[in-house]
Design a protein around this ligand. Structure first.
Ligand SMILES: [Zn+2]
Length: 361
């Protein structure tokens, strides 16, 4: 299996935050096929430990399994479904999208987010973005009873209808590239690490709840007590006119490294990476002749923000792949970036040994 095959498979599996079991099961089966033991915890982390030199700093490499979406809030008498949003749904890219309702114990139910008939839309309505409380989902049921018979009830998870659209070259558009791409990279790393001869202990963690509260991976870190944490997720591609002033992150331009992330609205958190890890990634990329793109921006953060404060502090860095249209139903990535990032991370891990010092000052 290639990263591309794994990513396509993973993009097709529903896994709203807090409902990651189907994704975890698929990953567990793949790990079993690779002969790699794995375990889960109560929050839903899936953990595979590949033992290495016990004297070298231990490393936790993680990516989140969950995706954003909606939760059923109410079923109206006419069968239309009201929802709350879960995670940072891009509301301006929401109306008229296909969705999938996933009632546990029942078949998945396709639906569409309603959008008022264009012919009847007034000039004032035409340029107004609908917010989540204003939308309804039509799953075809003519009544509340019919929707309930399909298993839909308050609390039912809803995601954008999973799909993959191959674009020219090696690019893919579709659902939940954030962060099933990271999940696929971790799988490729697991396969490679299994047959390595030297290197540190590496804990691969597929984490839950990132889009919800950013703290699923913290529970894994509390148990694993890693010295180093490397988080794998998207980096905002800025090589389109609408994003040009935000940075220098080109889709297809290679892996990325975040030098600064911060989010101030309520979360008040972010990551300034450990200098030894910045150097590690820079030196490794230079030796491999791989491009390494840099990112520094506010407005986004990852679960690494919370992982870094576990125990006596964890040396941390966000690594990633450029991605367009974040948090919409059609995110876009370039497979070459995912492959290059995997190569970089595997090579960087071999350089983590007993000579590495993480103390500051
Ligand atoms: Zn993400």
């Amino acid at each position: 299996m290639t990263i591309r095959d794994d990513l396509i498979a993973l993009m097709g599996i529903p896994g709203l935050s807090g409902h990651e079991e189907r994704v975890a099961r698929w990953l567990r089966d793949r790990l079993t096929t690779l002969n790699i033991p794995s375990r889960t915890d109560r929050l839903g982390n899936l953990i595979a430990t590949l033992r290495g030199d016990p004297k070298a700093p231990s490393v936790m490499v993680f990516a989140h399994m969950d995706q954003l979406g909606f939760v059923v809030r109410k079923i109206e008498a006419d069968g239309l479904i009201r929802v709350e949003r879960l995670g940072g749904v891009s509301e301006r890219a929401m109306a008229a999208q296909a969705v999938l309702l996933c009632p546990p114990g029942h078949a998945d139910v396709p639906g569409v987010i309603m959008n008022k008939a264009h012919h009847a839309t007034s000039p004032e309505e035409k340029y107004k973005v609908l917010t989540t409380p204003e939308i309804s989902i039509d799953a075809g049921h003519g009544s509340k009873a019919a929707a309930e018979a399909a298993g839909i009830k308050i609390g039912t998870p809803v995601i954008y209808h999973p799909r993959v659209i191959p674009l020219a070259g090696n690019r893919l558009a579709g659902t939940a590239i954030d962060d099933r791409a990271g999940c696929a990279i971790l799988l490729a790393m697991a396969a490679a690490l299994k047959s390595r001869i030297k290197g540190p202990t590496v804990h691969l963690v597929w984490s839950p709840l990132e889009e919800f509260n950013l703290r699923g991976a913290v529970v894994a870190a509390q148990v694993l007590q890693p010295d180093i944490a490397i988080q794998i997720d998207l980096m905002l591609a800025t090589d389109t006119p609408d994003m040009a002033d935000r940075g220098d992150m080109a889709l297809g331009g290679g892996p990325g490294m975040a030098l600064y992330s911060f989010h101030g609205r309520g979360t008040l958190n972010g990551v300034i990476p450990h200098p030894a890890l910045v150097r590690l990634m820079e030196d490794t990329a230079a030796d491999l002749n791989l491009p390494l793109q840099r990112s520094a921006h506010i407005g986004a953060l990852t679960d690494l923000s919370y992982v870094q404060t576990v125990g006596q502090g964890v040396a941390a860095i966000d690594m990633g792949f450029p991605m367009r249209h974040s948090h919409s139903a059609l995110e876009v990535c370039d497979i070459a970036d995912l492959e290059a990032l995997t190569t970089l991370l595997l090579a960087a891990l071999t350089r983590i040994d007993t000579t590495m010092t993480l103390e500051r000052g």
